[in-house]
Design a protein around this ligand. Structure first.
Ligand code: PLP
Length: 393
């Protein structure tokens, strides 16, 4: 039987693939260090887990409204007011099964065949695939490393055609960890307004910023940009809740309503108990978030300096998320490999270090290292990479 055309070119997420390979090696008894993870290594804070248990005991184990329970919607709206001074109404928010499914549903309701969405590269692996699954066309705009992997308004302007429907801005970024400044966002926003292009603002790493930069959402910059922006966010990265699958989208009522209708025929609703857990996350204290952020910051500083000591590595220091995205093509060449992909494969085979090659993010000269693991593991990883390079050069 032939499968549908839409899935014939679909590949599994490269980040999940490397994690699976590392797990398989571990199961064979190897001492693998995984730097591929896209999730915090901390447990979900205990008050959130307790709230989920209580919700189960109280019988919140049934279908909920498709767009999320009213209390959680209200908590998200309060958070938006508190953190960003943005006012939304309940009809302008949908709770989804993770931020990933918010994006998936958004593309489904926005795109007709051939509609273009501008995706700055390096990009999060799922954007192009999700756009294609909605029969849209991802238009990849390569951000320069010397511009901290951020696209310029000129690049955006050049990529726009009459078919362009939206652009994705992901700040802080996966995989680069870079953060757009308010001025940079404003300049990009102006181009979007001029061409009436929707801005999809993926803010999932909002709480993980280590520099003096403050998280700024495009929607905060003017009334017009507020109306032009769909915000995507969730509790996965901020509260170490990746497995609970709770995300959300905020924006124009007609878009959110269409997404809610679509959810009613696909997921029915995000898991009831997980919604109560997310409610506790937004209504509770942010102390654990601050602790996690501090730990990530320390690891970033440490790993960044270790990496720079490895021959051929260049790496501008990121400001957010929990990834480093060094350029290692010179290192790969020094070691006798033609591509970074080959270097990464050999590193996993010989030294049992799992990194994600940049090719999956549209940037083949780089690798993504996640520092969502302990300092001891990071130190061991840096030692093994150094040993590998010493051996091969
Ligand atoms: N957006 C970006 C940039 C991500 O890195 C991720 C997760 O890796 C997501 C969205 C999806 O988050 P969730 O786990 O809530 O689906």
């Amino acid at each position: 039987m032939e499968l549908a055309k839409r899935v014939q070119t679909l590949t599994p997420s490269s980040t999940l693939a490397i994690t699976a390979k590392a797990k398989a090696l571990k199961a064979e008894g190897y001492d693998v260090i995984g730097l591929g993870a896209g999730e915090p290594d901390f447990n979900t804070p205990s008050h959130i887990i307790e709230a989920a248990g209580k919700a189960m005991q109280e019988g919140h184990t049934k279908y909920t409204p498709s767009g999320g329970i009213p209390d959680l919607k209200d908590a998200i709206l309060s958070k938006m007011k508190r953190d960003q001074n943005l006012t939304y109404s309940p009809s302008e928010v949908i709770v989804t099964t993770g931020a990933k499914h918010a994006l998936f549903t958004l593309f489904q309701v926005l795109l007709n065949k051939g509609d273009e969405v501008i995706v700055p590269a390096p990009y999060w692996v799922s954007y192009p695939e999700q756009i294609k699954l909605a029969e849209g066309a991802p238009v990849i705009v390569k951000a320069k490393e010397e511009h901290q992997f951020k696209i310029t308004p000129e690049q955006l302007e050049e990529a726009i055609t009459e078919k362009t429907k939206a652009v994705i801005i992901n700040s802080p970024s996966n995989p680069t960890g870079m953060v757009y400044s308010e001025d940079e966002l404003r300049a990009i926003g102006e181009v979007c307004l001029r061409h009436d292009i929707l801005i999809i603002s993926d803010e999932i790493y909002e709480k993980l910023i280590y520099s003096n930069d403050k998280h700024v959402s495009m929607a905060q910059l003017s009334d017009k940009l507020y109306k032009q922006t769909i915000i995507i966010n969730g509790v996965s990265k901020s509260h170490s809740m990746t497995g609970w699958r709770i995300g959300y989208a905020l924006g124009r009522t007609e878009i959110i309503q269409a997404m809610t209708n679509m959810a009613s025929h696909s997921t029915s609703n995000p898991t009831s108990v997980a919604q109560y857990a997310a409610l506790a996350a937004y209504n509770g204290s942010d102390d654990e978030i601050s602790e996690m952020r501090k730990a990530f910051h320390k690891r970033l500083d440490t790993l960044h300096s270790w990496l720079l000591a490895i021959p051929g590595v260049s790496c501008e220091k990121p400001m957010g998320a929990f990834y480093l995205f060094p350029n290692v093509i010179r290192t790969a060449t020094i070691c006798g490999f033609k591509t970074v992909d080959e270097w990464v494969t050999a590193l996993l085979e010989e030294e049992k270090i799992a990194l994600v090659p940049g090719s999956g993010f549209g940037s083949p000269d780089n690798v993504r290292l996640s520092y969502a693991t302990s300092i001891d593991q990071l130190e061991e990883a840096a030692k093994r990479i150094q040993r590998f390079v010493d051996k091969h050069q």
